[in-house]
Write a new protein. Structure first.
Length: 202
């Protein structure tokens, strides 16, 4: 049975994202026409525990890093904190990521990939009082037929600003990276996909 130790390191990397179509009327500079976003830096997220065998790896204290065999399921607890003076509703979800020219890049919104289909969260919505924190559990279940290779993702904690009708929504989100390597002896992933097949007689 795998052992875990608790962590007390706070990881906070806030990303402000503008979504939705912007009409010419919504591009005004008057703050009265823009939604009020949450305070920047008000949401933090951290890992609560790390496997004992990775305790000396500084990356494992900030990110979910693991090498799993097909058919294995692991769970990690994360803590989401509210550093503001107001209660916040925080949405927690998984999203895709990739390595681009050596940099880890999280995809926009809740973009999915193969790894996100393996991830479940015990709580996807957290109502956190001011200056408080709440926890949720991230469970990763690797299918028995999973091909070997590396997968990347992010567990995001997001707070959305109010949309006042301008067509722009501002959100703050901070995330924990996931670096997952799958081992085993299953066949490697194919380099192509077949979308449709049509039968015909010669």
């Amino acid at each position: 049975m795998r052992r875990f130790v608790s962590l007390t390191v706070l990881v906070a990397a806030v990303i402000v994202v503008a979504t939705g179509p912007a009409s010419p009327a919504s591009r005004v500079s008057d703050p009265a026409h823009r939604p009020a976003p949450p305070d920047a830096g008000s949401v933090g997220v951290r890992l609560v525990d790390v496997p004992v065998d990775l305790v000396d790896d500084p990356r494992a204290r900030q990110y979910v890093i693991d090498n799993l065999q097909p058919g294995v399921t692991v769970s990690r607890r994360i803590e989401v904190s509210n550093a503001s003076d107001s209660p916040l509703h925080v949405t927690v979800y998984s999203g895709a990521a990739e390595i681009i020219r050596g940099a880890f890049v999280g995809a926009a919104g809740s973009t999915a990939n193969e790894l996100t289909s393996w991830i479940k969260l015990s709580r996807r919505g957290l109502d956190i009082p001011a200056r408080s924190a709440a926890r949720t559990t991230v469970t990763i279940a690797v299918p028995k037929d999973a091909a070997p290779g590396e997968r990347y993702g992010v567990v995001w904690a997001q707070v959305s600003g109010r949309d006042t009708g301008s067509g722009i929504s501002l959100v703050n989100r901070t995330g924990i990276r996931i670096y997952l390597s799958v081992g085993g002896h299953n066949p490697p992933q194919p380099k192509f996909t077949v979308d449709t097949m049509t039968a015909a007689r010669r």
